[in-house]
Design a binder for this molecule. Structure first.
Ligand SMILES: NC(=O)c1ccc[n+]([C@@H]2O[C@H](COP(=O)([O-])OP(=O)(O)OC[C@H]3O[C@@H](n4cnc5c(N)ncnc54)[C@H](O)[C@@H]3O)[C@@H](O)[C@H]2O)c1
Length: 271
């Protein structure tokens, strides 16, 4: 376990799933947390987002680790809202060291009109990541202590094995798009000792994977389990598996690692 005592971490999509696991793990390792989440559904998508109660539960879990958390309802598509949350946390906690651009959505159902979900998925998964980075970089540079930005991509950001419906294409385009964003930012911010990396998880046991829309899709045969198989004989990872790897990546133990696409995928991308 790396020591993050005194650090401050900003996590998007913090109300549940991987975002909550990051918040709890980084708090356990010593960090105070700013967590934002949309906490409402997006009309074009068929997987419900988290609720305000979910976000409150993340805050409770962080506080149970003995750390502080500012939890705010904010949509990563809304730059002003993201920026306001970051400013509030910097004013309250006095610094910003770690950013986990984790918020994301997907829609793989075939009964779509194609365009609305393309825009919403690109809006959250690509533009939202840009907003998250843009709001965070100035206070990180001003802090003069370096930092670490981790962007949650997917195996879709490495391998073209996902669904070809509009939502699947948008997901893949966004998850590849953030790799470009990461590489340019990693180059540009290296002079400030701010590291930027992407992580590429395989299937993780969260509401994004386990929900009524996905169950229907698997049942209809539009999505095959074989296509989703990892090399290691493990069906899905747990959010805590991803959080453990990220806790290391943001720590000083990984202080020389930047510009890297890190598969956290049980060998999915080498199959
Ligand atoms: N679960 C998987 O199998 C898997 C695999 C690879 C990558 N990912 C990626 O991991 C990340 C986390 O997903 P998860 O698995 O925890 O799923 P999840 O659905 O449980 O969590 C996503 C969170 O993001 C929030 N969110 C959605 N739109 C938002 C917006 N516009 N602004 C702010 N918050 C928003 C949701 O409310 C939810 O709390 C996503 O980027 C996802 O694409 C997931």
């Amino acid at each position: 376990m790396a020591d993050l005592t005194g650090r401050v971490a900003f996590i998007t999509g913090a109300a549940r799933g991987q975002g909550r696991a990051h918040a709890v793990r980084l708090a356990r390792d010593g960090a105070d947390i700013l967590g934002i989440d949309i906490c409402q559904d997006i009309e074009s998508l068929d997987i419900p987002n988290a609720s305000l109660e979910d976000l409150a539960e993340t805050k409770r879990l962080v506080e149970a680790e003995g750390r502080r958390m500012i939890a705010r309802q904010a949509d990563v598509r809304d730059f002003a809202a993201v920026s306001e949350a970051v400013d509030e946390a910097v004013a309250e906690f006095g610094r910003l060291d770690i950013v986990i651009a984790n918020a994301g959505v997907v829609r793989l159902g075939t009964e779509d009109d194609g365009l609305a979900e393309w825009n919403d998925i690109i809006g959250v998964n690509l533009t939202g990541v840009f907003h998250t980075c843009r709001a965070s970089i100035a206070p990180m540079i001003a802090g003069g202590r370096g930092g670490s930005i981790v962007i949650t991509s997917s195996t879709a950001g490495i391998r073209g094995a996902h669904s070809a419906v509009a939502g699947g294409l948008a997901y893949t385009a966004a998850k590849r798009g953030v790799v470009g964003l990461m590489q340019v930012l990693a180059n540009d911010l290296a002079q400030h000792w701010i590291r930027v990396n992407t992580i590429h998880p395989t299937g993780v046991a969260t509401k994004m994977l386990f929900n009524d829309a996905m169950r229907k899709l698997f049942k209809s045969g539009h999505m095959s389990v074989a296509r989703m198989q990892n090399a290691l004989p493990i069906e899905v990872l747990q959010p805590e598996d991803i959080a453990g790897a990220v806790a290391w990546l943001v720590s000083d133990e990984a202080r020389f690692i930047t510009g890297v696409q890190m598969p956290l995928d049980a060998g999915f991308t080498i199959r």
